[in-house]
Write a protein that binds this ligand. Structure first.
Ligand SMILES: CC(C)(COP(=O)(O)OP(=O)(O)OC[C@H]1O[C@@H](n2cnc3c(N)ncnc32)[C@H](O)[C@@H]1OP(=O)(O)O)[C@@H](O)C(=O)NCCC(=O)NCCS
Length: 388
């Protein structure tokens, strides 16, 4: 089957955006059928921020649709809106999330209509990050391109290797000894986080739109990271406190954004704190020298905050090659790297790979990337960096 949009077999099912004043109906559906105590149910402000506040969204409703058969809600899908910057052209796009059809109504075409709705009815491009592996065959059958993973980089804190050893053992009690040793050798390969001369970090302000984003526009395909986007994504996040640093080099700005997260471990006494992780969500250097300066800021943060490690997921070819000049080590490409945990609320040893699906005519990023790979997406795209 090609990527052509199929005809709708279930004409009696209506698909409609959720009016803002009726968000509770969507939240109750998610809480009942997606997951009990779902984060959007617990935090309606996070739901509003995700599906209502993006500067790329200009409609009165939420960017979240429900499928109704008569009076009954039988399915849903959210679309986090963003402006797709594609070699000088802006296009409306969404990251689909929370795509669900009730089990008793599956197989009748409702899921298909839901996932294509933003394209057919609003003309949006679709990029699905963090897809469920179980539905990978479905995306493939519809002609989407599967991207099996993103690159992942880790920077150990100073002297943190013994703590990382313990962390890995807690996440994977059954990991064979040679795999554990291999992973630790990989993490320690660069000698940990040195703290060289720091770049001078500046706060983000409106000069980003003159000295920041325009310099990247030619070599990035992905969410248009202008000031409006960064303000919404990081400054106005209702639950996470991100730190945003800008480092100037020869009249251009590089960008570093991160947040800290307490690693919790499930014990007989409940959740106990184990250490802290620095989750880097933007690492956008203007040169290799600038990447070293941004990396030094990460290393400084690890040292100053006594933080166990930093990590960063990305897809861009050239920016990631510059990460090699920093204390970050790439872990996704090693046979042992997948064992480095990525979920800490509480710590678990689940897979750290993030598979994605891109709907044609968009050409998906290659994994592993070529040096010229221009897609830039990170773990803050879509809903990947949010509380559980
Ligand atoms: C994914 C989901 C929304 C699809 O809904 P649906 O209403 O069954 O989808 P459709 O009826 O439109 O299915 C269309 C086709 O996909 C197939 N399909 C559905 N679910 C599938 C799956 N998990 N794996 C492979 N194929 C699947 C159907 O058999 C059908 O095939 P056909 O076109 O040859 O007849 C539904 O299975 C679901 O709610 N799954 C649980 C939540 C989930 O995993 N969401 C995805 C997150 S990335």
């Amino acid at each position: 089957m090609t990527g052509a949009i199929p005809s709708a077999p279930t004409t009696e099912t209506r698909i409609e955006l959720v009016p803002r004043e009726r968000a509770a109906e969507a939240l109750t559906f998610l809480n009942t059928y997606w997951a009990k105590d779902h984060i959007y149910y617990r935090s309606p402000e996070l739901f509003r921020w995700s599906f209502g506040d993006s500067p790329a969204w200009h409609r009165p409703e939420h960017s979240f649709v429900l499928a109704r058969a008569g009076n009954r809600v039988v399915g849903c899908i959210g679309g986090i809106p963003f402006i797709l910057w594609h070699r000088g052209v802006e296009e409306a796009a969404i990251w689909p999330t929370n795509w669900l059809v009730l089990p008793e109504t599956r197989g009748s075409g409702i899921g298909r209509r839901l996932i294509h709705w933003f394209e057919t009815d609003l003309g949006c491009r679709l990029v699905g990050l963090g897809i469920n592996r179980l539905v990978e065959p479905l995306y493939k059958a519809w002609g989407w391109t599967i991207v099996p993973n993103m690159m992942r980089y880790v920077m150990p804190g100073p002297g943190a290797l013994p703590q990382l050893k313990e962390l890995i053992a807690l996440a994977h009690p059954d990991l064979p000894g040679n795999a554990r040793t291999g992973l630790l050798a990989l993490l320690g390969a660069k000698g940990g986080s040195a703290d060289p001369n720091l770049g001078r970090a500046q706060p983000l302000d409106e000069s980003w739109n003159a000295k920041g984003w325009p310099g990247f526009a030619d070599e990035i395909v992905g969410a248009k990271r202008d000031l409006a986007y960064l303000e919404w994504r990081y400054r106005k996040h209702p639950l996470f406190a991100y730190t945003v640093h800008v480092v100037e080099e020869a009249g251009r700005f590089g960008l570093l954004v991160f947040r800290t997260e307490t690693i919790t471990v499930l014990t007989a006494l409940g959740r106990e704190p184990f250490g802290r992780a620095l989750r880097v969500v933007e690492f956008l250097p203007v040169s290799e020298t600038n990447a070293v300066a941004l990396g030094a800021l990460v290393a400084h943060e690890l040292r100053a905050g006594d933080i166990t490690f930093a990590d960063y997921y990305c897809t861009h070819g050239r920016f990631s090659s510059w990460l090699d000049a920093t204390p970050f080590v790439r872990v996704d490409c090693s046979p042992h790297g997948e064992a480095f945990p990525s979920r800490f609320q509480p710590l678990n040893g689940g897979k750290s790979a993030i598979p994605s699906a891109v709907r044609p005519p968009l050409v998906a990023p290659q994994y592993p990337p070529s040096p010229g790979e221009r897609w830039y997406w990170t773990r803050s795209d879509s809903d990947l960096d949010r509380p559980n």
